[in-house]
Design a protein around this ligand. Structure first.
Ligand code: BG6
Length: 525
C-alpha cells in the first residue's frame, strides 16, 4: 500500500488542488537580523503554522552576520512576534512546536565559506526534516548584496536539484527594490538568470498578496456588471492613492537612496494600476495572469520629459503635526542629509495607450507624513449625458451635482478594507433635491475573520510553486522603462524642484495643479 501523504490529512488543505499542497521545505532567510524577518516573515510563518497550512515538516534557517546561537535567534524571534503581531494570539505550546523548526547560522554573504557551510547544514536538515533539497532562499539583505549572494549560492551548487528540477526547486525570493533603474534591473535579472530559471525566481511585491488587492480581479472578472462599463466609454479618470502618516521610521539610510518613486511607485502603485487596467486573462494560470498585467505596463504612454512638471510632481515633508503630534521634517531624520532632495511624496498623471483606456488619465499619488493613512483606488465614472436633475433641482442640488457630479467606485485597500459605490439619490421631500450617498461593503463586518497578511499568502504561494502573485521580469523592466527617464531628468541641472510640504498635509500644493489644469481635484479621503 502506498503511504498516504500526511498533508492530505490536513482538513484545511482538503479540497485544494493537489499542486497547491505544500511539501516539506527549508526556507533560508538571508539577512535574518533585519526588520523584515522580525516584523513580517516570522509572524507570517507562525500564522501559517498555527493554521496548519504548512506541511508537517519544514525548517527555517536564519542567516546573517550577527553571531547568535539557535536559541538566541529563537528567543529574539519570539519577542518580536509578541511585539509586532499581537493579533496572532501567541501561545507557548504553539511557539515551542514552531521554534523547534527554527535554526540560525552566522555567515558573511560575501565569503564563499559561509555558503559551503550552509550547504552542509542544509544537507543535514534535509535528513532531519525530509526537505530533500526543496530549498527557498529569501533575500532580505540590502539589495546591493543580491548579485553576490546569487553567485555564492550557485558556486556551492545550491541553485540546483536534480531530483526536483521539474517542480522548479530550489527557489529564490527577491525582495524589492529589484534594481534602482532600468539598467541595474536588467543586469540583476541576467545575473539571476545565469543560475536560476524564471520559474524558480519569485520577485516579491507584498501589495499583490493583500486580500483587497487580490479582490480586484475577483470584483472585475467574477461579476457581470462591472466589465461592460470598465473602459474609456464610461470611466472618466482613475485615482490611486497611497497615503501614510508614518515617516521613514529609522530607514533614512535606505530611503535616501530610494525615494517615493522607487520605494512605492515602481512596484506597489504600478501593480495596482495593472490590476485595474488589465484585460481578462484566459485562465488563472500564473503566466496568463502575469502576461496580461505586463501588457498594461508595456503600453504606458512614455512620460513627456520636456513637460515633466505637467505629469510628475515631487515633494518632501518638512516639520509639522501629524494626528496632533509634532513631528520633525525629513531632513532632520537620522541618516538623512540636511540638504537631501529625496522625494517623500510623488504624484503622477499617467496614460495607458490601448483600446480600452485611450486618453483616460490615471492619477497616482503616494506620500509619507500625510494627513491620514489610506490606500485606495477610485474609479470615477462619466457624468450622465444629459443633466436632467441639475436643470430641475434647486440651488443646493445644482451645487452638489456640479461638484461631485458622478458615480465613483472606491476600492479601499487599507485600512477599513472594502468597496463603496457613490450614487445620486432623491432626498425625501416634496421637491427633487439630490444627494450623493454611498453603498458600502466592508470586509471586517461581512466576513468577521482575520484576513491573512500579504506575506502569509505569498510565502505559501512560493512554497506551493505558484508565481501568479509575483512580478515577472518583463513587468519589472516595463515599469523601469517608464520611470527611469524621470529619475534621469531629476538628476540634471534645471530639473523641476522637490517642493516642501508640511507634515500632516496632503502633500505639496503643486500636486493639486496636476489635476486642476484638467478641471479635476484629488478625491477627499
Ligand atoms: C514598503 C515600503 O514596501 O511598503 C515602505 O518600503 C512603505 O516605505 C510600505 O511604508 C507600505 O506598505 P503597507 O503594506 O504598510 O501599505
Amino acid at each position: 500500500m502506498v503511504a498516504q501523504d500526511t498533508t492530505l490529512l490536513n482538513p484545511l488543505t482538503e479540497g485544494l488542488p493537489k499542486e497547491r499542497l505544500a511539501e516539506p521545505f527549508a526556507l533560508v532567510v538571508l539577512g535574518a537580523h533585519g526588520d523584515l524577518t522580525k516584523r513580517k516573515l516570522i509572524p507570517a510563518l507562525y500564522a501559517l503554522f498555527c493554521d496548519s497550512l504548512l506541511p508537517q515538516d519544514f525548517c527555517i534557517v536564519g542567516m546573517s552576520r550577527t553571531k547568535m546561537t539557535d536559541d538566541e535567534f529563537r528567543n529574539a524571534m519570539k519577542d518580536s512576534l509578541i511585539k509586532f503581531a499581537p493579533e496572532l494570539h501567541f501561545t507557548d505550546a504553539n511557539w515551542e512546536r514552531f521554534a523547534s523548526k527554527l535554526y540560525y547560522m552566522p555567515g558573511n554573504f560575501q565569503m564563499e565559506n559561509g555558503f559551503a557551510d550552509l550547504s552542509k547544514f542544509l544537507d543535514d536538515l534535509a535528513q532531519r526534516h525530509g526537505t530533500e533539497g526543496r530549498n527557498i532562499f529569501y533575500m532580505s539583505t540590502p539589495p546591493s548584496l543580491y548579485s553576490d549572494i546569487i553567485v555564492r549560492i550557485s558556486e556551492v551548487g545550491l541553485n540546483k536539484s536534480k531530483k526536483w528540477k521539474k517542480s522548479f526547486w530550489p527557489r529564490v525570493v527577491v525582495e524589492k527594490p529589484f534594481g534602482h533603474d532600468l539598467n541595474s534591473a536588467t543586469a540583476l535579472d541576467s545575473q539571476i538568470h545565469k543560475f536560476f530559471e524564471e520559474k524558480q525566481i519569485y520577485r516579491i511585491d507584498h501589495y499583490l498578496g493583500k486580500e483587497t488587492v487580490q479582490n480586484i480581479m475577483v470584483l472585475r472578472f467574477a461579476n457581470a456588471i462591472f466589465e461592460p462599463i470598465w473602459n474609456r466609454n464610461h470611466i472618466e479618470q482613475i485615482q490611486i492613492t497611497n497615503a501614510e502618516t508614518l515617516g521613514v521610521e529609522g530607514r533614512g539610510g535606505y530611503y535616501e537612496e530610494a525615494g517615493a518613486l522607487r520605494d512605492m511607485v515602481q512596484n506597489h502603485m504600478l501593480a495596482l494600476l495593472s490590476l485595474v487596467a488589465m484585460e481578462p486573462p484566459i485562465s488563472l494560470d500564473a503566466d496568463e495572469v502575469r502576461t496580461e498585467k505586463a501588457k498594461v505596463l508595456k503600453c504606458m504612454r512614455p512620460i513627456d520629459i520636456a513637460r515633466l512638471s505637467d505629469y510628475v510632481v515631487r515633494g518632501q515633508y518638512g516639520p509639522g503635526y501629524v494626528m496632533g503630534e509634532k513631528v520633525i521634517g525629513y531632513r532632520q531624520e537620522p541618516s538623512v542629509s540636511p540638504k537631501s532632495n529625496t522625494e517623500t511624496f510623488i504624484a503622477l498623471k499617467l496614460f495607458v495607450d490601448n483600446w480600452r483606456w485611450a486618453d483616460v488619465p490615471f492619477y497616482i499619488r503616494s506620500g509619507k507624513r500625510l494627513m491620514k493613512s489610506a490606500t485606495e483606488i477610485a474609479i470615477h465614472f462619466k457624468q450622465v449625458p444629459h443633466r436632467l436633475f441639475t436643470m430641475m433641482a434647486g440651488d443646493v442640488s445644482k451645487r452638489i451635482m456640479n461638484q461631485i457630479g458622478a458615480n465613483v467606485l472606491v476600492l479601499r485597500i487599507q485600512p477599513d478594507e472594502g468597496i463603496s459605490l457613490k450614487f445620486a439619490t432623491k432626498q425625501p421631500g416634496a421637491t427633487t433635491q439630490l444627494r450623493f450617498l454611498s453603498m458600502d461593503f466592508s470586509y471586517g463586518t461581512s466576513f468577521g475573520v482575520r484576513s491573512p497578511s500579504a506575506y502569509e499568502r505569498l510565502i505559501l504561494d512560493c512554497v506551493a510553486g505558484d508565481g501568479s502573485l509575483f512580478a515577472r521580469t518583463d513587468a519589472v523592466e516595463a515599469s523601469w522603462e517608464l520611470l527611469t527617464p524621470v529619475l534621469e531628468a531629476w538628476s540634471k541641472p534645471g530639473a523641476p524642484p522637490c517642493f516642501t510640504y508640511p507634515a500632516g498635509s496632503w502633500g505639496p500644493e503643486e500636486s493639486d495643479k496636476l489635476l486642476s489644469c484638467d478641471n479635476r481635484t484629488w478625491r477627499r479621503i
